[in-house]
Design a protein around this ligand. Structure first.
Ligand code: GDP
Ligand code: MG
Length: 292
């Protein structure tokens, strides 16, 4: 059998379960998942290697109307991910009526690339309703095939894998066959800390926060990491730190636990908070954090 390889790109609205699916498909917690919209800000590759094939999945930020400069950058990731796709997975959730972006609808109807519509969270739906929905999506995007699934409960995820392998083009591998992702270890540390911020704080604070690993020292029996949490305003700094530093401690200890599991190593994690005014609208800052 000839070697197959290709890019499989997962797109869809925020919160439909794209990151959950990618982690299921890759078998690792590469992408952070929370119940909040816009958890994923970058495009993240997850690579699955077998003797005869290599699948390069990409998880993208949700499709949204770009209100901040940062979000314009996020939408660029979405569109660039469509350009290089060999297979497009359009993820929807039960009850969703249409796509927010008409351009996307047109693009998906025109493209030669196979599109698989995934109707996710079917654990929350009923059979008769699901059938009506499948028919409706078939009318909107007649060329696409449709698969209902539950990413969270891994229902139909194996059939999806089989389908992907069938559709994968013949090609040599794109990445070394032992790679799991294109992102650095630092990136995963930053994302894990951001996940904890999303989980532990309310309202605007998490969306104003960005994390940067300042130093990452892999010593023999311990990994020493120092990271900075940037926020846009002084008042947010106080919120992040919390009374007597309690909130920041919580962020640190829960991130550390997950990271010890991920790296299979003891971790010493130091966190600092700094104000970086209005970074979401500042081009230089966005470049620095990898959005532009
Ligand atoms: P993304 O924004 O599209 O990447 O969505 P996430 O993967 O971050 O998931 C958003 C929320 O939906 C999380 O709370 C997930 O646990 C939840 N979720 C994902 N898949 C399913 C599913 O199949 N069933 C249910 N009930 N919840 C799901
Ligand atoms: Mg996501």
């Amino acid at each position: 059998m000839k070697h197959k390889a290709g890019f499989v790109n997962i797109i869809g609205h925020p919160n439909v379960g794209k990151s959950t699916l990618m982690n299921q498909l890759v078998g690792e917690q590469l992408s952070i998942i929370t119940s909040k919209a816009q958890t994923t800000r970058h495009r993240i590759l997850g690579i699955v290697n077998e003797e005869n094939y290599q699948i390069v999945y990409s998880d993208t930020p949700g499709i949204i109307d770009p209100a901040y400069k940062m979000q314009e950058g996020m939408m660029k990731f979405v569109y660039s991910s469509l350009k290089d796709a060999d297979i497009i997975l359009l993820m929807l959730e039960c009850g969703q009526q249409k796509l927010k972006d008409d351009r996307l609808n047109d693009f998906l109807n025109k493209t030669e690339v196979p599109v698989i519509i995934l109707i996710n969270k079917i654990d929350l739906s009923q059979q008769d309703k699901l059938e009506i929905e499948m028919n409706r999506w078939h009318e909107q995007l007649p060329k696409a095939s449709i698969l209902p699934l539950s990413a969270l409960h891994a229902f139909n995820v194996d059939s999806l894998k089989q389908k992907i392998i069938e559709l994968l083009p013949e090609s040599p591998p794109y990445y070394p066959k032992d790679s799991l992702t294109d992102k650095s270890e630092r990136f995963f540390v930053e994302e894990k800390i951001r996940e904890k911020i999303l989980l532990l704080y309310d309202q605007e604070v998490p969306y104003s926060a960005e994390v940067e690993v300042e130093s990452f020292k892999d010593e023999e029996d311990i990994l020493k990491i120092r990271a900075i949490i940037y926020v846009s305003r002084e008042s947010q700094k106080g919120i992040i730190i919390g009374k007597e530093g309690r909130m920041l401690k919580k962020v640190g200890s829960s991130a550390r636990k997950d990271l010890e599991e991920f790296f299979q190593k003891k971790i010493y994690l130091e966190l600092y908070v700094k104000v970086n005014k209005d970074w979401r609208n500042d081009e230089n800052q966005l470049k620095r954090f990898g959005y532009l």
